[in-house]
Ligand binder design. Sequence first.
Ligand code: AQP
Length: 344
Amino acid sequence: MTDHAPAQYAGPKRVLSGVQPTGDLHLGNYLGALVKFVRLQHETPTFIFVADLHAITDWQEPSKLKGQVREIAAAYLATGLDPKVATIFPQSAVPEHTELTWVFNCVARIGWLDRMTQFKDKAGKHKERASIGLYDYPVLQAADILLYKATHVPVGEDQKQHLELTRDIAAKFNHDFQAPGFFPLPEPLIQGPGARIMSLRDGTAKMSKSDPSDYSRINLTDDADAISQKVRKARTDPDPLPETADGLESRAEAKNLVGIYAALAGVSVEAVLREFAGQGFGAFKPKLADLAVEKLGPIGAEMRRLLADPAEIDRILTDGAARAREIAQPTMAEVRRIVGFWNS
Ligand code: AQP
């Protein structure tokens, strides 16, 4: 039990998030997550990791995993994360993530995890063949966040349910161990036009790394030709763009492309419609392609430059892991004491 602990978390504000090294990053990861990291780093202490522990919930080739981690780190840096400002590190380099996960496994309830829709989507019809790690994925995510007592978590909309589970785990831990206010109840930062980018082939499905069609997504490493071709081939309808956002409601593909334009340009959907209302996709798509090339082209080029010097990326990740552990180790020591473990 924590003596004289306040009922509510009273510690500093901290931002934490991560991305799995499981394939090429796409426009959804960029707009839903990476651009927010870059903005937030200047406002609040920010911890951004590469989620290699999460990645192995599905098979990853051991000889390739470190390279995949470097690619995500390169994407962070190319997008504008500054390693002198934000703490950037590989999740597996901080063993306290797994230690806290075990404690949280004993706090979280099976009924809570049974409700997680991402597990149902990813495990599909053969859930008895999925790894236990995939089932436990949101508990590891709770440990990632709470190990740093993070108060704000920038993510895409698909992660909302997992964030609610994190809050439930924090509240139950604080309650069961009579440690009021020990863990914060973190807030998801989801708002904005990039929160849910949909597939270019199907406006009702999330843009995703695991979609078998490469035409469903724009990758951060796509060159100008690939980006233009993917936008040109994106599914649309024959109608012109409407004057107000309400007019996009039953037009999933049109809504998605207008939303992508707004997010890339940093303007509202209404502003995009003021510019393009009455025009068809024949006119809109080339403008969208030009904007995407303008924004993503330099990121892809910078990633290639950074990946040509992996030693510099490794130095940044090693330094980040040491800084992350300076926060993680004291939290875990306190957790051991609160739980009553022998080594506390
Ligand atoms: N389509 C999306 N729109 C907005 N945000 C998105 N994110 C993912 N897809 C979209 C956000 O990107 C961050 C990192 O994602 P991740 O790599 O940890 O997880 P993911 O959800 O597994 O990415 P994918 O592409 O969707 O992979 P698969 O195909 O494996 O499911 C998160 O903040 C996520 O919200």
